[in-house]
Ligand binder design. Structure first.
Ligand code: IPM
Ligand code: MG
Length: 350
């Protein structure tokens, strides 16, 4: 099986390097997995004059799983879309039709003290945000800058969802909930936006096919409050691209550090893109202090979901738990280990 390794920018290469070491240690020599590295983001611009070089895209298209580090540089937002390093990730998600983004937020017992929330609020937390990833304001047309009749500049983005797009993510939410605690909360803004009225209608309709799953609806503002107040009341949260982006950073903080959270983006088949939620983090890039656990846990998800290597995934997950048990901590979770030392702590457990 082929695995594309796209380390990218910022702390991407630092954490990816450690995650690859952990992956190799978990698998051993005879795993039958081929790792193929390719540049993306600013690294793609430097290597091939394009944040998403054709060759990288080709490798990603052919891979069974994509291990992604991070893409983006400071000032990214001022660069035109097709040359913007950070947008390479969006283009990749869209090209591969990875419409379903699974963002679990779970707390290792060892890290209860790392959360800014009280122990009783977060202890044992295990929720999943299922974020739609290829629609909404991110990709809706029309979009862009223009000048109005009076010569004033304006800009527009379009929040758009088709019934089919909502249906397929809703089905996944219910199917996922069946394997967990049987609850789906759909988050929208149906009190204001037509597109979100459609969202609620379609999710409700799809829900009738899953009478064994409990469905609730929440407006996004109320959902943020509930997430901070009683996060353990949730099981699966299904939501659109924009709300999912925002809610998942919030959920990350429940677990103490965004440096802990992996994510999987899937399309129709088993192929997926796996990445840490944290992004390129230019403020700490190059210092060797980033937490590699989100990247390691992303690769763990790849083994489980795309590569059919469940026993190795279990082994890798357990090793992370034991490393934390043994007191291994990077700065973001209250310790002093460097990225390399944290990676080594996990490898030592393997
Ligand atoms: C994420 C990130 C991306 C997004 C950025 C880097 C484009 O914030 O994966 O949550 O907004 O989707
Ligand atoms: Mg985000």
């Amino acid at each position: 099986m082929k695995i594309a390794v796209l380390a990218g920018d910022g702390i991407g290469p630092e954490v990816t390097r450690e995650a690859v070491k952990a992956l190799r240690a978990a698998l051993g020599p005879a795993a039958g997995l081929e790792l193929i590295e390719a540049p993306i983001g600013q690294a793609g611009v430097e290597a091939a004059g394009d944040p998403l070089p054709m060759q990288t895209l080709q490798i990603a298209r052919e891979a069974h799983a994509i291990l992604f580090g991070a893409a983006g540089i400071p000032g990214d937002e001022t660069i035109p879309y097709m040359m913007r390093p950070g947008a390479s990730l969006l283009r990749l998600r869209k090209d591969l039709e990875l419409f379903a983004n699974f963002r679990p937020a779970f707390l290792f017992d060892e890290l209860v003290e790392a959360s800014t929330l009280k122990r009783e609020v977060v202890e044992g937390l295990d929720i999943l945000i299922l974020r739609e990833l290829t629609g909404d304001l991110y990709f809706g047309e029309p979009r862009g800058f223009s000048v109005d009749a009076r010569g004033e500049r304006e800009a527009v983005n379009t929040m758009r969802y088709s019934e089919g797009e909502i249906e397929r993510i809703a089905h996944l939410a219910f199917q996922t909930a069946r394997k967990r605690r049987g609850k789906v909360c759909s988050v929208d803004k149906a009190n204001v936006l037509e597109v979100m009225q459609l969202w609620r209608e379609v999710v409700t309709r799809v829900g009738r096919d899953y009478p064994d799953v409990e469905l609730s609806h929440m407006f996004v503002d109320a959902a943020v409050m509930a997430l901070m107040k009683a996060p353990k009341a949730f099981d699966v949260i299904v939501t659109g691209n924009v709300f999912g982006d925002i809610l998942s950073d919030g959920a990350a903080m429940l677990t103490g550090s965004i440096g802990m959270l992996p994510t999987a983006s899937l399309g129709v088949g088993r192929k997926g893109l796996y990445e840490p939620v944290h992004g390129s983090a230019p403020d700490i890039a190059g210092q060797g202090v980033a937490n590699p656990l989100a990247a390691i846990l992303s690769f763990e998800m790849a083994l489980r979901w795309s590569l059919d290597r469940t026993e190795f995934a279990d082994r890798l997950f357990a090793a992370v738990g034991r490393a934390l048990d043994a007191g291994a901590r990077t700065r973001d979770i209250g310790g002093r280990l460097t990225t390399v030392e944290m990676g080594a702590a996990v490898v030592a457990q393997l």
